[in-house]
Design a protein. Structure first.
Length: 239
């Protein structure tokens, strides 16, 4: 599983009011997330998939609402995340309070020792603080090798810095004897995904990606996280 920036721990009753707006704000800033409804498929073993999501995510944002405090399943996820944090010896759990401090800390007194944020701060402020916490290296040159045994859709995810989100970006992809040159217009957003395909060649050839201004770039197989990815299957030139 591809590493995600955050696991969103929440009660299902809070999806419309809190989870979906939070997801949209994360996506606009190029922050990847794991959420149950996007990852679980018919017949999946739920506990196994949740554990995979927790271990594949660098942080766990916990939406502490009154609904959350009444539901067993999200509280079990929080318990697992706190255990991972204790084992790792580093900050993983990020409390985001919607319910009052009195109600939350009465049920979870140990969370008093953690710096928390409140929903009332607003999505822009919350996501900016999360982006600063995660940290990103923005650079011009990136290299990646897709698994040799994989064949099918692959993607490149490009995240620009906020101050460059309205700047036209130039990029070049060099993959073996093929090259693709174009530009990216983010239109005020911070992330875009490019999709193309890998044939059943049983090879793992380095893919070189160059972009200006500098960006944070990730690569993967299958469907990209971002909506409306750009299809770059056509337009490659042999060099």
């Amino acid at each position: 599983m591809e590493t995600r920036d955050v696991f969103i721990c929440h009660a299902s009753q809070d999806k419309v009011d809190y989870v979906y707006p939070f997801m949209s704000a994360l996506l606009a800033r190029g922050i990847t997330y794991w959420i149950d409804e996007a990852e679980l498929r018919w017949g999946d073993k739920i506990t196994n998939k949740i554990n995979e999501g927790l271990t594949a995510s660098t942080h766990v944002v916990v939406l502490l609402t009154e609904s959350f405090l009444k539901k067993n399943w999200p509280q079990a996820e929080l318990g697992s995340a706190l255990n991972l944090e204790a084992s790792a010896g580093q900050v993983i759990v990020l409390p985001l309070l919607v319910a009052s401090e009195e109600i939350v800390f009465k049920q979870y007194p140990l969370l008093r020792d953690k710096l928390y944020l409140r929903w009332e701060e607003g999505l822009d402020a919350l996501v900016t603080k999360l982006a600063n916490l995660i940290g990103r290296e923005y650079k011009n040159e990136w290299v990646y090798c897709h698994p040799a045994e994989y064949a099918g859709k692959v993607w490149v995810r490009v995240v620009t810095q906020l101050e460059n989100s309205k700047t036209l970006h130039e990029y070049v992809i060099r993959w073996g004897s093929w090259e693709y040159n174009s530009t990216l217009s983010f239109g005020g957003r911070q992330c875009l995904s490019l999709t193309h395909a890998k044939g059943d060649d049983r090879l793992s050839i380095p893919l070189f990606f160059t972009v200006s201004p500098p960006c944070y770039v990730s690569f993967g197989q299958g469907e990209p996280l971002d909506d409306h990815p750009l299809d770059i299957n056509f337009g490659w030139a042999r060099v």
